[in-house]
Design a protein around this ligand. Structure first.
Ligand code: SF4
Length: 245
C-alpha cells in the first residue's frame, strides 16, 4: 500500500491548522470547549450528534444538560422526558434510550464517572468506536487515538493517504501511515475541512489550500458525475455545511 510522504502530511496539517482558523467548528468541539471537556457531557453530546445537524445537536445538548448534568441526575429522567428534551435530533427515540441506559451504567458500574479506555467505553449502550475515540481525544486529551467519521474517511481517501473501504479500515491505515503527533488533530481538521471545502459532493477543489498535494482520487470521479448529472437535471440543493456524521 502506498503511504503519504511525512513531509506531505506535515504540509497538509500545518496548512489546515491555519486555514480552519475562523471557520465554524464542529458542534462537539464547541460543546467540549464550553463544558471544559467534561467527559460525561462530551459523551452524551457525541451520542446525540450522529446524523444530526450541528445546530440541532448543540441546542438539544444544551436543553438536556440544563435538566441534568451528571450520570446520576440523567439516570433519574424518564426516556420520555429525554425524548422531549432532545427532539428533533434524528433517531431521538433510540438515542433517548441509549442516553438513559448509558447514564444508568455510568452511575452504577462506573461510580458516576466516564471510563477512560476504549475497551470500557465501547461497552456503554449506543457507544461505538467513533464516539469512544472522540471522547478519548476531547475529554481525556488522548494522543493515541484517531477518530474517523465519514469526513475523515472520505478526505483521507481523496488525498491518497489511505486506500480503504470503511472508516474502521481508515483508522487503522492512518495509524500506520501518519506520524502520531498528528493523530489528535486529524478529526478536527478534516471534519472542519469536509464541512466547508472538501464536501461529499461538489468539493471546492478550485478553492482548496491543499490542492497542490491532493490527487483528488475520488473527487475527480465525483466532479465528472456531478457535471454530467447537472447537464441532465436541475442543480440539487447543496448539502448542509454543518452536518456531522
Ligand atoms: S483538492 Fe479537492 S479533493 Fe483534494 S482535499 Fe481539496 S477539496 Fe478535497
Amino acid at each position: 500500500m502506498k503511504r503519504p510522504k511525512p513531509a506531505v502530511v506535515e504540509h497538509v496539517m500545518r496548512t489546515l491548522a491555519r486555514e480552519i482558523d475562523g471557520m465554524e467548528l464542529p458542534a462537539i468541539e464547541k460543546i467540549s470547549e464550553s463544558q471544559q471537556e467534561d467527559p460525561f457531557q462530551v459523551l452524551i453530546a457525541t451520542l446525540l450528534s450522529a446524523r444530526t445537524q450541528d445546530a440541532t445537536t448543540h441546542a438539544a445538548s444544551t436543553r438536556l444538560f440544563r435538566r441534568a448534568r451528571t450520570p446520576k441526575g440523567m439516570a433519574k429522567l424518564s426516556v420520555k422526558e429525554i425524548e422531549e428534551l432532545i427532539y428533533p435530533v434524528s433517531f431521538y427515540r433510540n438515542k433517548a434510550r441509549h442516553v438513559k441506559a448509558t447514564a444508568e451504567v455510568l452511575a452504577t458500574r462506573f461510580r458516576g464517572r466516564v471510563p477512560g479506555t476504549l475497551e470500557e467505553l465501547v461497552t456503554l449502550p449506543g457507544v461505538g468506536r467513533k464516539t469512544a475515540t472522540l471522547v478519548l481525544i476531547l475529554a481525556f486529551q488522548s494522543h493515541r487515538h484517531i477518530c474517523v467519521d465519514t469526513h475523515v474517511h472520505r478526505i483521507s481517501n481523496r488525498m491518497g493517504w489511505v486506500q480503504t473501504k470503511t472508516p474502521e479500515q481508515t483508522e487503522q491505515a492512518l495509524y500506520r501511515n501518519t506520524d502520531a503527533r498528528w493523530w489528535p488533530y486529524i478529526n478536527l481538521y478534516l471534519v472542519t475541512w469536509g464541512q466547508n471545502v472538501c464536501r461529499p459532493v461538489y468539493p471546492r477543489c478550485g478553492a482548496c489550500a491543499i490542492a497542490d498535494t491532493c490527487p483528488r482520487l475520488d473527487a475527480r470521479a465525483q466532479a465528472a458525475m456531478d457535471a454530467s448529472s447537472t447537464r441532465r437535471r436541475p442543480m440539487p440543493a447543496r448539502p448542509n455545511r454543518n452536518r456531522r456524521t
